[in-house]
Design a protein around this ligand. Structure first.
Ligand code: PSU
Ligand code: MN
Length: 289
């Protein structure tokens, strides 16, 4: 017998508090929620409010997250601290995946996951959580500021399949092309659901990657030139640790005259839409245990 369950999609909130500037952060969050609903699923923005991890926030709470004077960036290493200290903040992919899994949600959407940084020492807390949590994550690859070949190898080493949705290349967040391969390419949602059903009992995440919408994607060579400049400046400014990702993303937005913001918002919405369709397809025919 097949039963139908509620289709739910988790959305992370560090992209709202730290990934995008105002007012684009709130607009992008609402566009993601709308895209998930449009696809027939229910969006749950995950965040920590005054020390309480929340699976879904109200619109007023979303607005306060997007405006909050100094929201924390909450990953797994500081999730317990944030709760004990009654902090409010956006959850990274790491904390979002952890919380969503415990809430019984199997699908999430984001822009670009964290990964191995170019200095080779800083490794995003996103990666180890993906290595131990069965969650289908729709994204546009890892953020282009990272060492993408090293990140790609890390995923393979830790048993995380990378499935291209209508692409045979790992996208590079703001750009469609990295030259890095995916493990499989599929062209429709039903085929993705088949792969997920075969994979989900193995205990690791599955990344479903799609390139940013073509009308917004930056050419790889142009993006690389801007990135080299931003990375030099970041090092000269002495930025390290969790501040690195938000700093580089903000600098790229300036250097590109806002084009990286436009592509970031467009890909977040597209990824949320695909995640909604996948969640809907999974829930439409959940086999009974
Ligand atoms: N996707 C975006 N923009 C972002 C992020 C994702 O389009 O800013 C966030 C995610 O929350 C991800 C985090 O988990 O960046 C990674 O940060 P770090 O490299 O410090 O682990
Ligand atoms: Mn880090």
């Amino acid at each position: 017998m097949e039963i139908r369950t509620e289709a739910r999609v988790a959305l992370e909130s560090a992209v709202i508090t730290h990934g995008l500037p105002r007012p684009h952060n709130l607009e992008a969050a609402r566009a993601m929620q709308h895209a998930v609903r449009d696809a027939g699923a229910t969006p749950h923005i995950i965040a920590v409010l005054h020390g309480t991890p929340c699976i879904g926030v109200s619109d007023a709470e979303l607005e306060s997250l997007a405006e909050y004077p100094a929201p924390s960036k909450i990953a797994l290493h500081n999730l317990g601290i944030a709760c004990a200290m009654r902090l409010t903040g956006g959850t990274t992919v790491a904390a979002t995946v952890h919380l969503a899994h415990h809430a019984g949600i199997a699908v999430m959407a984001t822009g670009g996951i964290g990964g191995v940084h170019r200095d080779g020492r800083d490794i995003s807390g996103d990666l180890p959580v993906l290595a131990r949590t069965p969650m289908l994550i729709v994204c546009s690859g890892a953020k282009v500021i990272l060492d993408l070949p090293a990140t790609r190898e890390w995923l393979e080493t830790h048993g995380i399949p990378v499935v291209g949705f209508r692409t045979d290349e790992l996208p590079g967040f703001y750009t469609a092309h990295t030259g890095l391969r995916v493990d499989a390419t599929v062209h429709d949602v039903d085929a993705l659901v088949d792969l997920w059903r075969a994979h989900c009992s193995l205990g690791t995440a599955m990344l479903v990657v799609q390139p940013p919408p073509a009308a917004y994607a930056l050419p790889p060579a142009e993006l690389d030139a801007l990135l080299q400049q931003a990375i030099r400046e970041c090092a000269a400014a002495g930025i390290t640790g969790a501040a690195t990702t938000p700093w580089l993303l903000a600098r790229l937005a300036q250097l590109s005259d806002g084009r990286t913001i436009a592509v970031n918002c467009a890909l977040l919405e597209a990824n949320a839409r695909l995640a909604g369709a996948i969640a809907r397809a999974i829930s439409a025919c959940a086999p009974t245990p």
